[in-house]
Design a protein. Sequence first.
Length: 295
Amino acid sequence: MELRALRDMVVELNVHMELLQRENSDLQTRLSSSESELLISRFRIDQLERENAVQATELTSLGTRLTATESKTSDLEKENADLQTRLSSSESRIDQLETENADLQTRLSSSESELLISRFRIDQLETENADLQTRLSSSESELLTSKSRIDQLERENAEKPKVAFYTALTDAGQLGPYNTDITLKYSKVFTNIGNAYNPSTGFFTAPVKGVYYLQFTVFGCSAGHIGVRVYKNNQRIMHNWEHNNNDYFPEYFTNSLVLELTAGDEIHLVLPSGHSIYDNSDNYSTFSGSLLFTL
């Protein structure tokens, strides 16, 4: 604003100087053409000179002011150049900041996108976690129920009798044939849980009412008949036999039974008259059984 005002003052002074120059030129013309009028107009000239002196003084003052103005203008121009430099630096910094801001906007958009994805994944994981918690609670409840059932079954199983036996006949080799039926006494006892089998008599006695699984294997290596009969309480319930025509080729067979027995029922095997059976340390002929479940 000060620079503009100074410029306006300079323009005004220039205009004023031009006016003075035109007046002076006119005076010179009038002086040349009218020397006679010069004498008459000395008073006027003196007056003009005084005015001119005043104007010269004013002009000098204006020159001084103009010089000061020019100095101030120079200072202002320097300041303006400095401001331009600073403005250029600011504009450069602004461009840099705009570039950084654009980069930040891009990164922010990317971060916001990643944040949305993360939030979606978090929601998904929270949903999955809630589902897993529900399933875990259900599993824990089922596990408690299962443990309770297992404990109950273990108590029930502990209360149930355990019956299982496995025996072999003899180490003496061949038995029979005889002229009469004989009870087979399986003297080699390998398993006798519950002590339900008596090797002295060859009898298995059911300790409780239940369903029992019984199995026997009969082996023979001489010509003739091999076989056994199964008795329940001295009542024959099965007869198995095989005929061997060759002394050099042994014969054997295996059979099994599932019987419902009451406490005290007895099972034993009989070698029929005219039949033989063979056993030795290899335990070819065996008799075994176990309690499947009580009734």
